[in-house]
Design a protein around this ligand. Structure first.
Ligand SMILES: Nc1ncnc2c1ncn2[C@@H]1O[C@H](COP(=O)(O)OP(=O)(O)OP(=O)(O)O)[C@@H](O)[C@H]1O
Length: 407
């Protein structure tokens, strides 16, 4: 709170005994004039203070009223969909119910489609929630320099080369593309079974091209941030522009870009809107500077073709399950910091792991280490790898049994 300026000094009358009658009279007159002046000044101050008091009282009354409203009703959370002449269209979180309602005049000007708001029992908008950074932070994983390098990824050298051409080269040598007169691919889609290194590949290319890595999971957009999907997609591209050079990575893109289903539930409409936002962001991509877009899916067959048109995800890279050589390389990578007994040939172990993904191979290495630890040894032997493989296979069979039992 600001302090009021200090009060004027109290005038003092100083009479010298040596003064003549006339001099004294003049001094007293001057003193009188000064007192009148100070008095006027103080009156002015009093007026100002009363005016300010009136203003503050109005604020206090307003806050009291707001407080009462907030105290008497629980508020629900909703998102603003549209602002029309008839009122505000909101959608409640949780049940996805859409309602045409009103906002208090005090909020009228602040509301924007996509805002998160608090509504009361009669759906009137009470508050705009300041969640912009909140859900942004929750929905996006932002890493300045991810700690993955190309050398950490095994068995997919061709894919690494393709990603470097499509993502790293345009980020590092944009002028070369300009000179040759070709447009780099707009978006790169990695597709293939789970756990084969798609996320690693996106992280590594961001790291090696000194770009910020910004990840968003498609499945979370539809599960966790209901009603906010399209706004978050817009925010994602905005954030990337702020942090360029940047690599956007949309994991499980199938969750927001599947072929249209027949059902017309509002949940689908919402997913549809999120996809539309994504498409329009990609279409406006030309002038976006040093931002590259990547996405991944395990369900390539489910994707809506609209997402694959030229200018959108127009570079498709398949990341398959590793072959024996790939598995051996991945096992080598994951055992390089392990104390493996001399003479242990990990490629022999890898040859036996038909159908294992990179992630499976990584957990096999950890499991083998655990066997050594349980046995009180510091060296991991071929037997440990075999025991780990048996254990993982058993676990897989149990899982299959559980699944079969459930169905
Ligand atoms: N090619 C690989 N080389 C080395 N490690 C790998 C490889 N593929 C997978 N891994 C291991 O598996 C983990 C998971 O891989 P990653 O998240 O990149 O797979 P993904 O293809 O994105 O999977 P999902 O489709 O399930 O998201 C990695 O952290 C790494 O430990």
């Amino acid at each position: 709170m600001s302090h009021s300026p200090s009060l004027p000094d109290r005038p003092r009358l100083e009479l010298d005994p040596e003064m003549s009658e006339t001099e004294r009279l003049e001094a007293i007159r001057q003193h009188f004039r000064r007192i009148l002046q100070v008095n006027e000044e103080l009156e002015q101050r009093l007026d100002d203070a009363q005016g300010r008091r009136g203003e503050l009282k109005t604020d206090v009354d307003e806050l009291k009223r707001e407080n009462e409203v907030l105290k008497t009703s629980s508020l629900y959370i909703a998102s603003v969909e549209e602002i029309t002449d008839e009122g505000v269209v909101i959608k409640q979180h949780g049940n996805n119910q859409e309602v045409l309602t009103e906002a208090s005049t005090r909020l009228d000007e602040d509301l924007r489609p996509g805002d998160r708001v608090a509504i009361n029992d009669s759906f009137a908008v009470q508050q705009v929630l300041d969640d912009e950074t909140d859900s942004r932070a929750q929905a996006m994983e932002v890493t300045e320099s991810p700690d993955v390098e190309y050398a950490d990824i095994g068995g997919i050298d061709d894919q690494i080369r393709e990603v470097r051409e499509a993502v790293e080269d345009p980020l590092e040598n944009p002028e070369q593309f300009e000179a040759v007169g070709v447009e780099p691919p707009s978006g790169v889609l990695l597709h293939g079974p789970p756990g084969t290194g798609k996320t690693m590949l996106a992280k590594a290319v961001a790291n090696e091209s000194d770009a910020t890595f910004i990840k968003m999971a498609g499945s979370e957009l539809v599960r966790k941030f209901i009603g906010e999907g399209s706004r978050l997609v817009r925010d994602l591209f905005e954030l990337a522009a702020e942090r360029e050079p940047a690599v956007i990575f949309i994991d499980e893109i199938d969750a927001v870009a599947s072929k249209r289903t027949d059902s017309k539930t509002s949940g689908d409409a919402e997913v549809q809107r999120t996809m539309m936002q994504l498409l329009s962001e990609m279409d406006g991509f030309d002038d976006r500077g040093e931002v590259r877009i990547m996405a991944a899916t395990n369900r390539f067959d489910m994707l809506d073709e609209a997402i694959l048109r030229p200018g959108r995800f127009d570079r498709l890279i398949e990341v398959p399950e590793p072959d024996a050589e790939g598995r051996a390389r991945i096992l080598e990578i994951h055992t390089q910091h392990m104390n493996v007994a001399e003479g242990t040939d990990v490629s022999e172990v890898a040859a036996d792991l038909e159908g294992y993904s990179g992630a499976d191979v990584a957990s096999l290495a950890t499991e083998a280490g655990m066997f050594a630890i349980r046995d009180g040894r510091t060296e991991v032997t071929l037997d440990d790898f075999e025991a780990a493989r048996d254990k993982l296979q058993d676990a897989e069979q149990t899982e299959e049994r559980v699944i079969n039992y459930q169905y």
